[in-house]
Design a protein around this ligand. Structure first.
Ligand SMILES: [Ca+2]
Ligand SMILES: [Ca+2]
Length: 249
């Protein structure tokens, strides 16, 4: 009898676990700005095992602090040969909204002036799956009066290859004053930051990871991955020696 009860418990537990699949997440990551300069935020997809071939996102921001949003493809989306389509919606008062759609890519050329050549990975349409990583980067101009942290909001949507909706949860990070690549927080990017990054990699005491030190790029496109590794060290070296196309956001 006891054994039977235990078996029922185990079966219930298994049933409960499978009924709660983990939803995908689309996160607006932390960005670093200088007043009167720019800020670039990464939009990061985590599929958590869900099949996702397209995502949409509205980034909501204060138009008195941020302006002129420009979205570009992140490495995880360009690798899947997706395209990025975007539009600045009419603001409601000072509430700005920038809509991004990342889905099957289409190129326009002389033969197809209105678009026609699909660049998606499968060539059969928009069914190529997205993998985890940065799917877009959004750059804003920052007002010269900006201080402290800036919060942004988001509205998210996702679809699988068969156009079924996939549940995706959106979260947003803040934007704080500072510079990407300024690992030691001194206010500028220099050789000291390279030393700092190396010390993070070799786990030297008192050299902790922070998001300013998450600078790895792929062919000059910022592709932050939540840690400091040799890829970040290599990026920092290329930035410091001013290798062409290696420019921090
Ligand atoms: Ca520094
Ligand atoms: Ca990194």
């Amino acid at each position: 009898m006891k054994l039977k009860g235990l078996l029922v418990c185990i079966l219930l537990l298994v049933g409960t676990t499978s009924a709660f699949a983990v939803d995908a997440t689309l996160t607006v990551g932390e960005g670093f700005y200088t007043a009167g300069g720019t800020v670039t935020v990464p939009v990061v997809l985590k599929t958590n095992g869900n099949s996702i071939s397209a995502v949409a996102l509205d980034v909501e921001y204060d138009t008195t602090l941020l302006s002129n949003p420009v979205g570009t493809l992140g490495v995880a989306a360009s690798t899947a040969k997706k395209g990025l389509y975007s539009n600045v919606l009419t603001p409601t008062g000072t509430a700005g909204k920038y809509r991004l759609l990342i889905t099957g890519g289409m190129t326009e050329d002389a033969a197809n002036p209105k678009g026609g050549t699909m660049t998606d990975v499968t060539t059969t349409g928009t069914s190529g799956l997205l993998t985890d990583g940065v799917v877009a980067l959004v750059k804003f101009n920052v007002a010269s009066t900006t201080t402290g942290s800036i919060t942004v909001g988001s509205f998210v949507d996702a679809s699988d290859p068969n156009a079924n909706a996939v549940v995706v949860n959106g979260t947003v990070g803040g934007m704080t004053a500072g510079k990407v690549g300024d690992c030691n927080g001194s206010g500028s990017v220099s050789l000291s930051d390279l030393t700092y990054a190396i010390n993070v990699v070799i786990k030297k005491p008192n050299f902790a990871f922070n998001n300013r030190c998450d600078i790895n790029m792929s062919n000059g496109v910022w592709n932050p991955d939540g840690k400091t590794t040799l890829a970040d060290v290599t990026t920092l070296i290329n930035v410091i020696i001013k290798k062409p196309n290696w420019i921090l956001p």
